[in-house]
Ligand binder design. Structure first.
Ligand SMILES: Cc1ncc(COP(=O)(O)O)c(C=O)c1O
Length: 373
């Protein structure tokens, strides 16, 4: 009998009987959308992060787009954001006809460098979209000060950072509007889905109208007060989200433990860069475990070697400004953000999730060490 080769996937959600039970409850209720599970999920999510208000949406991208609409971003405006992110953090401004302006990142945290943001502000700048990349919180106070001094909106793309803390407070409870996402590789999943948190009741009401075709909360089903979208989350997904929130602490603790184990296993690998550690102001929520390969390593060779051993990896993250559609639309080229471009050539995500077995981690670490050597 042949033994199937070991396969270690990049990520895996933590779902069990609890989500199944809650989904069955929704199905049996017959109310699959615009039902009571949405309110319950929003209340529980807001409580989990300490946000005054939460609005559930169909994806993180939808949440970012709605915050751009709410900020009044339109054609001709500029929105400063990070080149080292997932495309949605820039696309949300493009959907509104605005021009994305990429400021370079800090080589240690991989988040926006506030000095580069300040230097990128022009009279046309309307907003900053900060991204807490790989779950590490951005320099929110410094960015907020820049935003305030120029009259800009600050949107926190916390899609990868549920559970992260900046200056000891959870993201979502920092004051500025923030977006969280629940694709299955995230800390919690609803399949697809997202939540926007805000400290403003007015913004919250606007978001709930915008996600629901612009309906006003005091109007009838066919009364539309503004141009809106169908960015609703449905009750089945909300129920999955409730099940996920019940085990959020266990998920986050599991991810922290798995990350610490990788750090221990990989600490001695010559020239390998590891994710930056927490400090007094920044506490990461582990989303992915991304290493920086030594300068002389051939990343493609490392990827195929790991792949040959059944180990999944991903080239996190390509620079957004160098994606073909961005080059074509705006004429961006290499050299615009040298720090992000250099990191982007060398960083690599390893298999990572809350229940990754220690033996699998040891196998990943050994294989990676050999591939680099
Ligand atoms: C930084 C960042 N922003 C935005 C998003 C978009 O979230 P979604 O895939 O739910 O639209 C993601 C998720 O992949 C992300 O990682």
């Amino acid at each position: 009998m042949s033994v199937a080769p070991r396969q270690i996937g990049l990520s895996a959600p933590w779902l069990d009987e609890r989500e199944e039970e809650l989904v069955v409850e929704v199905l049996r209720s017959g109310r699959l959308s615009l039902g009571p599970w949405i309110d319950r999920f929003e209340e529980e999510f807001a409580a989990a992060v300490g946000a005054p208000y939460a609005a559930a949406v169909s994806s993180g991208t939808a949440g970012l787009h709605l915050l751009c609409v709410a900020a009044g971003i339109g054609p001709g405006d500029e929105v400063i954001t990070s080149p080292y992110s997932f495309v949605a953090s820039a696309n949300c401004a493009v959907y509104q006809g605005a021009v994305p302006v990429f400021a370079d990142i800090d080589p240690r945290t991989l988040n926006l460098d506030p000095a580069a943001v300040e230097a990128a502000v022009t009279p046309r700048t309307k907003a900053i979209v900060a991204v807490d990349i790989f779950g590490y919180p951005s320099e929110l106070d410094e960015l907020q000060a820049i935003a305030r001094s120029h009259g800009l909106a600050l949107i926190d793309d916390a899609c990868e950072a549920l559970g992260a803390r900046y200056r000891r407070r959870l993201l979502g409870a920092q004051g500025q509007d923030a977006v969280f996402a629940f694709y299955p590789n995230k800390q919690i999943t609803t399949g697809e889905g997202g939540v926007v948190t805000t400290a403003s009741e007015e913004t919250w009401r606007l978001l709930k109208s915008l996600r629901n075709q612009g309906r006003a909360d005091d109007g009838g089903w066919l009364d539309h007060a503004r141009l809106g979208f169908n960015y609703r989350l449905d009750d089945i997904r909300a129920a999955i989200g409730i099940g996920q929130l019940e085990k959020l602490d266990r998920i986050l603790a599991g991810r922290t433990e798995v990350a610490a184990r990788y750090t221990g296993l990989l600490a001695g690998v010559e020239g390998l860069g590891l994710p930056c550690p927490n400090d007094a102001d920044h506490e990461r929520s582990w989303f992915v475990y991304v290493v920086e390969l030594p300068a002389q390593a051939d990343r493609e060779a490392v990827i195929s070697e790991l792949g040959a051993h059944g180990i999944g990896t991903a080239r996190y993250l390509p620079c957004i400004h160098l994606q073909s559609y961005m080059r074509e639309r705006y004429g961006f080229t290499e050299g615009l953000c040298p720090v992000a471009e250099e990191k982007s050539r060398r960083t690599l995500a390893l298999p990572f999730h809350a229940r990754l077995a220690p033996a699998d981690q040891a196998f990943v670490a050994d294989t990676l060490r050999q591939a680099i050597a």
